[in-house]
Design a protein around this ligand. Structure first.
Ligand code: PLP
Length: 418
């Protein structure tokens, strides 16, 4: 994203973040439309000769205005629930360009997606496939199916977001896949159109993709020999971003490797990037409430907490933090743990960061556009933060800060008067 300093003040796409904070309050998420567009176009350009269906993974950031922006650029979507399907529809996205992933689709969710004429069901088990066949038959429809296989490759990422190892709950094993394809191919209400995998998230190396794709191509070839011709290969998402000093993900190299292998088999390509489209397009602004020092530790207590941004607590994730205001002359740079107001020792946004700041100043937690707001909660009865989008030089609210009354409204209706 395009960050610089104006009069010493951190600015995003030319707008001073101190002014954004004053206008909209803190904590707030701020996203750059220009950055989202650039990241999406980076995929389009790198894969131009393949012309894949790029299905943005909605779970990374599902704000309707962001989905609408991506839909306007022609993106498809990777959804994991009826809620996400509803968001895609409301944002003007196309269900026919969307794939439905997830290990636990309910009957209702399958019905919804069938009715919306979804591009493909990424099926994760034999049991789900049977349920899908039954529901499609009841509805007198034919379900387009891709089988999510588990290629058993190590994406070398955090264990919670490594999803392609054989002990993971996702997909079916390569050993089982062929038999499942053969049986499903006979079902009159299933159409076997593809094969997919998603091996993890925040992957910074290309090798795990090449290994996974190689196994998928082997399966495609095996099926072709028996007369079952698939139409697409879906390699999922997971492309990593540079939070700290990770290498940039080599999209062009992946495209160059894939192109002849797809052509040879007359396969289309689907990709499901989430993080790599939105993560570095967003930041979280938080205000310093108190500075607190003991003999051997300095804490910077801020107004954002693990309920707003859980990645540091959940994955021990590192996100860069910058002061928005210029360093004061009466304060010194110290190593701080940046912590929120929640009653948990695990409530921190960062540890041991050198910052020159003071109560009343604001900090920006960078690279917070993916798995940030979407994972936020009301823990400690904290209303969820506002979301702001900067587009064409102006900042506007795309989700207002939650009100205290909204927080209790549903329960108030259930209170029995004594
Ligand atoms: C989460 C997920 C994605 C997106 O992953 P990113 O790391 O955000 O790119 C894509 N496909 C599936 C099936 C997922 O579960």
């Amino acid at each position: 994203m395009s960050l610089d300093r104006r009069d010493g003040i951190l600015a995003l796409d030319g707008l001073k973040l101190s002014e954004v904070a004053e206008t909209f309050g803190t904590p707030c998420y701020v996203y750059s439309a220009a950055s989202i567009i650039r990241n999406y176009q980076a995929f389009e350009h790198a894969f131009a000769e393949i012309n894949p269906l790029i299905c943005y993974a909605v779970k990374a950031n599902s704000n309707l205005s962001i989905l609408a922006l991506l839909a306007s650029m022609g993106a498809g979507f990777d959804i994991v629930s009826s809620g996400e399907l509803e968001r895609v529809r409301l944002a003007g996205g196309s269900p026919q360009r969307s794939v439905f992933s997830g290990v636990g689709k309910t009957a209702r969710e399958i019905q919804d997606a069938l009715r919306e004429d979804i591009h493909c069901f990424n099926v994760e088990s034999e049991a789900e496939l049977s349920a899908l066949a039954r529901i499609a038959e009841d509805a007198q429809l034919i379900a387009p199916v891709s089988l999510r296989v588990n290629p058993d490759v190590d994406p070398k990422t955090h264990p919670y977001i490594a999803t392609g190892l054989k002990e993971a709950k996702f997909g079916v094993s390569m050993q089982q896949a062929e038999r499942i394809y053969q049986e499903a191919a006979k079902h009159p209400h299933l159409r076997m159109v593809g094969i997919d995998c998603h091996i993890g998230s925040q992957i910074t190396e290309i090798e795990p993709y090449l290994e996974a794709a190689t196994r998928l191509f082997e399966m495609v070839d095996q099926l072709t020999k028996t007369g079952l011709q698939l139409q697409h290969v879906d390699l999922g998402g997971g492309m990593g971003i540079r939070y700290q000093n990770e290498p940039a993900f080599p999209l062009e190299e992946l495209a160059r490797w894939l192109k002849p292998r797809l052509d040879e088999r007359q396969l289309e390509l689907i990709l499901e990037p989430g993080r790599s489209i939105v993560a570095d397009s967003g930041l979280l602004i938080t205000e310093v409430l108190y500075i607190k020092s003991s003999e051997d530790k300095h804490f910077c207590v801020v107004d954002a907490a693990m309920n707003d941004l859980i990645r540091p607590s959940l994955y021990n994730a590192w996100q860069k933090i910058e002061s928005i205001e210029p360093a004061g002359t009466d304060t010194e740079a110290l190593h701080y743990d940046v912590v929120g107001p929640i009653c948990e020792t695990g409530d921190f946004l960062a540890k041991d960061r050198l910052l020159n700041t003071a109560a009343g100043q604001r900090l920006a937690v960078l690279d917070a556009g993916a798995y940030g707001f979407v994972m936020s909660s009301n823990y400690n009865s904290r209303p969820r933060a506002a979301e702001i989008l900067i587009e064409a030089g102006t900042a506007r609210v795309i989700r207002p800060r939650e009100s205290l009354s909204a927080l209790v409204k549903d329960e108030l209706g259930c209170l029995t008067s004594s």
